[in-house]
Design a protein around this ligand. Structure first.
Ligand code: ACO
Length: 323
């Protein structure tokens, strides 16, 4: 077991809500189409906020809730696929803005598996000399969306979430994990393609910021690979699916989640969702849901929970955590 405790959780979403009906005013779609295929009814979209603004708000909330000062942090890791810059990273911007002078900070890019991958890396750091750190998932996906492409525009939303993790001597933390990468299937989901453009090329080719996705392939990938990584992590932890109190899955599509619950022979109540309100917020989604579930007491100390993400890369990952 990699021991740590989740001291606090927090999330933030932009104020502006965009419903499916509003999307239908400027693209050929409908609430019926979107909701029946994805479970999404609305998403939050930024007005002026950047990814680092959202991530900084989450960091400030976590510190305030825990009554800690920023210089008590040893590290900050941000999972994101939509940073403000290539450099500095979002984590480095957060570190500077909150004044976490003793923390090192870096981003981790694993798209919608970002929260799971980041939490896994943090647990390794906490097994060494580092006492305390922030794990944040933050995304402004609305800037990567081609608002004329209805096949992707209806799916994504903006938001950020995070947890404050701390070393502990208690028997809590990561019981097992399974992280998988399928780089040979990377073309099924891409965004933010950088192109060669330099003094010597001559023609400057515009970069392509937008999402391109083969939705069917990603759907099939998720319904196959999430059960596979969850099974592998459960086996490593010598647990069965029944031993898990709550499954906190990446919120991309309610149908994907229902299919995974069915495959595991588990009641759908153990797979809560909030995709209806936020759409797919990539690396932020698991943390937003986790924070809501902690706030309502659905997730609490003493439970075993499973987190699982999947997405661009292609990537998949599952963590079994003893709270
Ligand atoms: N409104 C209305 N019609 C639409 C829309 C829309 N927004 N988008 C597509 N359509 C049309 C298509 O043009 C197609 O029409 P046609 O049959 O005349 O060609 C029809 O609807 C069916 O399209 P499909 O792609 O077959 O629809 P499907 O049932 O597969 O659902 C969806 C599409 C929702 C995208 C599904 O494939 C899915 O959820 N895939 C997983 C995607 C995902 O989770 N991606 C995120 C990964 S996480 C990350 O890393 C960012």
């Amino acid at each position: 077991m990699e021991r740590f405790t989740i001291v606090e959780s927090a999330h933030v979403v932009p104020e502006r809500v965009v419903t499916n009906d509003e999307l239908a005013t400027f693209m050929d779609t409908s609430d019926e189409w979107i909701h029946s295929r994805t479970g999404i009814h609305q998403r939050h979209i930024v007005s002026n906020e950047s990814t680092s603004d959202l991530a900084t708000t989450v960091a400030e909330k976590l510190l305030a809730q825990a009554n800690l000062s920023a210089n008590q942090l040893d590290f900050i890791i941000v999972g994101t696929m939509s940073p403000d810059y290539l450099t500095p990273s979002v984590a480095q911007q957060v570190q500077g803005r909150i004044g976490a002078t003793n923390a090192f900070a870096f981003d981790l890019s694993a798209a919608c598996s970002g929260f799971v991958y980041t939490l896994s890396m943090a647990s390794k750091l906490l097994a060494t000399k580092y006492q305390r750190g922030l794990v944040i998932g933050a995304e402004v996906l609305s800037k990567l969306v081609d608002w004329e492409d209805r096949s992707t525009a209806v799916l994504f939303g903006d938001g950020a979430s995070g947890v404050l993790l701390q070393q502990t001597v208690e028997d809590t933390g990561l019981l097992a994990e399974a992280l998988k990468t399928y780089g040979d299937q990377s073309e099924f989901l891409t965004a933010g393609r950088q192109r060669n453009s330099n003094h010597f090329v001559g023609d400057i080719v515009a970069a392509d910021p937008y999402f391109h996705m083969n939705g069917r392939e990603v759907y099939n990938f998720a319904t196959r690979q999430v059960p596979a990584v969850l099974s592998q992590a459960l086996e490593t932890a010598q647990l069965t699916a029944n031993d898990i109190d709550v499954y906190v899955l990446h919120q991309a599509n309610a149908r994907i989640i229902a299919s995974i619950a069915k495959r595991f022979g588990q009641p759908i109540d153990k797979f809560p969702t909030n995709v209806v309100n936020y759409g797919n917020t990539s690396a932020a989604s698991i943390g937003i849901l986790l924070d809501e579930l902690r706030a309502t007491g659905v997730v609490h100390q003493g439970q075993k929970i499973a987190l699982a993400g999947f997405g661009g890369g292609l990537t998949a990952g599952a963590l079994i955590i003893q709270l």
